[in-house]
Design a protein. Sequence first.
Length: 341
Amino acid sequence: MLPAVNFPMPFVSRCHPDLEAARQRNLEWAREVGLVVNEADARRLLLWDMAGIFAYWLPRASSEGLDLAIDTITVGVFLEEHMEAAIDKPPEFVRDACAEMFAVIEPGGLQAPSTVLSAAFVNLWARLCEGAPLEWRRRVALHWRWFIDAYVEEARWRRSRVPQTLDGYLELRRASGFTHVMVDMSERANGFTLPDRVRDLPNVARIITLTVDIVDVMNDVCSLEKELALGDVHNTILVLQHERGWSQEAAIAESYAMMRRWCDDIIQLQALIPQDCVRHGLSQEETDNLLHFIRALQEGIGGQPDWYRTCGRYENSSNPRAVAVGTTSPMRPLPVTPAHP
């Protein structure tokens, strides 16, 4: 069993009752946009269990909101898998490989995608933006930009061979882990969005950062074997070992202790939120949505260990570069539709 799966969370774990149907709807969407073209592709997607992670992250979401969230992380994970295959490439190669993904979220968007993955992102981005307030669209675009650009920053770090500190690593990890986008979906998929002035309240902003750090460090513990096999250095445990001269066991123990402290901090900050709402003049609707948001983040954290118990993505990771026989590349050229005469 993966180590962090046994981490005792102080928050309740819930699973969305529509998980199985959502899993099939995600598979159908992946087929429609060309990310899945055969049974090997389907097995790969089901092994990743992107439906499961959001079923535990968003147990109260509408079915439509759950589908949107699952399709969102599916695009992110396909990009991540492609970048892991290019882990030894220089930053310039990584930036070029991500160029169309960047273009999708720029003003005006990507008008003519050339790869299956960028075309799938165009499809997804239109759905994410439809009916969403401008503040939320700008925020989720920023967080996607962080996520994509982090691959370039990680490539620069590998080339520099400069040892990273824990603080520096966590700053980069907050961008590379996709968790900020998951937090954004905690609003949208649950039927509300928060204005920036509410999300920027100091105690709210701190809860968000703590949530991201907990989720990312738990992922680092669970993906340690995979990263070691890849020869990657972007992992909390590896950074702690190098920075403090610790054994792997001591670094894992400290990762647990950090998550425990951060959970305690969230609980203490949560108690201050109602008075913050009064002090800053939030409306009743804003207050209700903010309290819903904080609860959603806690449930999302609480459900993470249960998702890792069922997800096969981090098991048997002795050769993570190996591509399953028969799977197709998401970066393959987009088929050209013949013009009508």
